[in-house]
Design a protein around this ligand. Sequence first.
Ligand SMILES: *Cc1c(COP(=O)(O)O)cnc(C)c1O
Length: 372
Amino acid sequence: MKENLKNWKKLKMIFEDYAIFTPGPVRMSEEILQIGAKQTPYFRNSEFSEVTFACEKGLLEMVNAEEGSKVIFLTASGTAGMESAVMNLLNESDNALVVNGGGFGQRFVDICQTHEVLHTNFTVKDTNLSEIDSVAPAGDYTALVVNAHETSVGHLYNLDAMGKYAAKKDMLFIVDAISMLVTDPLDMQKSNIDVVIAGSQKGLALPPGLAMVILNPKAQQKLRHVDSLYFNFKSYLENGERGQTPYTPAVTIMLQLEARLKQIKQRGGVVQSIANAKEVAEYFRKSIKTLPLKEYTPYMPNAMTTLTPTDGKSAMDVVNALEENYKVMVCPNGGAERELVFRISHMGEMSKEYTDILINALHQYYGVVRPS
Ligand SMILES: *Cc1c(COP(=O)(O)O)cnc(C)c1O
């Protein structure tokens, strides 16, 4: 018991005074943290309905959603957004083309398998699908499913090209935008996107626990019968009419989302947020040029940098040394790539100054003087 308490205290320390560059949860702003410290209010009233409406309006604006689009707010992590979107929009009469460029693409494949949705596992590597027309497998598909940013490897796809392809073939275009919203551009109307899945703990820089699914009018028309009580989108749409959810929402995270959307606006809008993330990402990549690290993919988003050691060191060694010797948290890869790549997030409350902590730690670790 005593031993447990000691371990718990040690664990708590890790999160409090480390510099955070993990791709979710990400560093949050002081303003958002303060809301998290307050009492959670009751929510079945018009005051909270106003919060829900403000969140919906702000999100729809951010992705330039078509008039009549709606947001489903789920008390769950991002994967529930992915799974419920598949459950509510695809069934045995569908044939989905699922882009699989890593762990999150594989998750969509697993979801389709779980729910017996006919699908093709479209495995991709070394392409952002700008040429999807010529590389996609031939077939009669009803839906195109993709993680806009495949966070497992730091790979950003070309949504415009994919949207054109989907529109031409009359496919429903479902995009998991969890790890690129706010840091990389997404425009539902320009890219013909019908469904956007968002999560709270990546670019939105909130605590985990809130998943959002944005449905344009076409997607709302396509909602299927679903064998689930909790994940029945129709009941969320009905309750959404009065600014409510059928079950208890992540009340505090919704309050934080409302504040975060306001904050983004006050700071110059999402265009400015994207520009900031780009500036920080480019600054980081430029500042580590003399280190034995190379970029893993040419299609990196602003949200994240993926690096491979070129001196034979294991990526895991770098990750561990940063954590143990410099109190800097970056992220190892899972599975086969654990020794090969590690990931640095530029999402959340980031600046060049804050990123200097990591840049300096890396130079010290390699014993290389940082060029001035
Ligand atoms: C983080 C992430 C998710 C959601 O993961 P959860 O752990 O369920 O929140 C889904 N898709 C992508 C691309 C992600 O980066």
